[in-house]
Design a protein around this ligand. Structure first.
Ligand SMILES: Cc1cc2nc3c(=O)[nH]c(=O)nc-3n(C[C@H](O)[C@H](O)[C@H](O)COP(=O)(O)O)c2cc1C
Length: 346
């Protein structure tokens, strides 16, 4: 890692969380990010027709406006999910709205879908070269037709993103998670399926869910995903729960909790989704991944690909290649020839 990069990484740690994030985006745009060698070919996976050089991806929310996808691919992520983007630009909630919980290796955020809106997002995306880049789409807080917002997002970005993630699990847009309910979800996925029928070509569509789901809800969501031909489910977004044992002063801030304390809960929900999916769609595991061991646990719970965000806050953007190498070692030690084989094993 270069000295400039190292100094930059230290400097941003000293800033308040949201300023640090903005500084990181500025630095990445200026080319100050790390550059990683191509990953070991044994790490390559195919998920829903997408060919990923590594299964370690960047989760949504880091690059909300599709400004640094290329830089994060260069840093060694196997794929990058930009967004959440909403049709209209949105300021999000008042600051402060992003908190580091260092003692817990966790983050609480209540950003509220701050983003530049679809038009600028689409322009930025058009400039992101090479690699697999997904668009995570959402609804404006004040929209009169939230389901319509997802349709607009899909149509506007069709052909510009390699895949789409329908985010109905942010806890920071009041009522959004209600779209996970059986009737609302059938309506949403039905309208998206109709829109896709009229669009040329194909791109996989994933659904991103909360970790705060009862078993019956998991079953309903899995059936709806399969019935509407979704390519996969991303498990999971941040949690509204506060697992016991959190030590940080900021643990009671309102918002979604992510990072280490989310690992157990999100992996358990992932395992339930594997049972409910019965191989009908792919699973992407997110929540608390900070090491090769964590990534491997997601694979063994059914994930064919992994996403992370919070660990970057504590370990910097050079984390992905290290994690990939460690994942590969663990997979080989258990005698698996590929990620797909490990993900399917009981
Ligand atoms: C600051 C912050 C902002 C986020 N914004 C989004 C978002 O806009 N859309 C989304 O689908 N998930 C968002 N997430 C959730 C992450 O994509 C991820 O699902 C979650 O943080 C769990 O992974 P992690 O523990 O590795 O962070 C955000 C997370 C954080 C910490």
């Amino acid at each position: 890692m270069s000295l400039a990069h190292d100094l930059f990484a230290r400097a941003i740690q000293a800033l308040p969380a949201e300023d640090a994030h903005r500084a990181a985006i500025t630095g990445l745009r200026a080319g100050l990010g790390p550059r990683s060698a191509a990953p070991d070919p044994a790490l390559a996976v195919e998920i829903a027709g997408l060919k990923l050089p590594s299964p370690i991806g960047l989760a949504a929310g880091f690059d909300k406006n599709a400004e640094v996808a290329a830089a994060m691919l260069r840093a060694g992520f196997g794929f990058v999910e930009c967004g959440t983007v909403t049709p209209l630009p949105q300021a999000g909630n008042p600051r402060p709205r992003l908190f580091r919980l260092a003692e817990d290796q966790a983050v609480i955020n209540r950003m509220g879908f701050n983003n530049v809106g679809l038009e600028r997002f689409a322009q930025n995306l058009a400039r992101a070269p090479g690699g697999v880049v997904g668009a995570n789409i959402g609804a404006n807080k004040d929209s009169a037709d939230r389901i319509g917002d997802y349709v607009i997002g899909l149509e506007r970005l069709w052909g510009k993103a390699d895949y789409f993630t329908v985010n109905i699990s942010s806890p920071n847009t009041p009522g959004l998670r209600l779209l996970q309910g059986a009737d609302a979800l059938a309506d949403l996925l039905g309208r998206l399926a109709l829109a896709r029928r009229d669009l040329p070509g194909a791109a996989p569509v994933f659904l991103k869910v909360a970790p705060d789901l009862a078993d019956a809800e998991i079953g309903d969501i899995a059936e709806a995903a399969a019935a509407h031909g979704l390519a996969g489910v991303v498990v999971s977004n941040t949690t509204l729960s506060r697992p016991p044992g959190l030590r940080s002063r900021r643990r009671s801030e309102a918002g979604g909790l992510s990072g280490a304390p989310l690992m157990g809960l999100s992996t358990q929900v992932l395992r339930r989704f594997r049972e409910a999916a019965r191989g009908r769609f792919a699973l992407i595991g997110a929540g608390g991944v900070a090491s090769g061991a964590d990534a491997y646990a997601k694979v063994r719970a059914g994930a064919s690909a992994i996403q992370l965000y919070s660990a970057l806050v504590f370990h910097g953007p050079g984390l992905a290649p290290r994690l990939g190498r460690d994942l590969l070692e663990r997979m080989r030690a258990d005698g698996f020839a590929s990620i797909a084989e490990a993900a399917a094993a009981p």
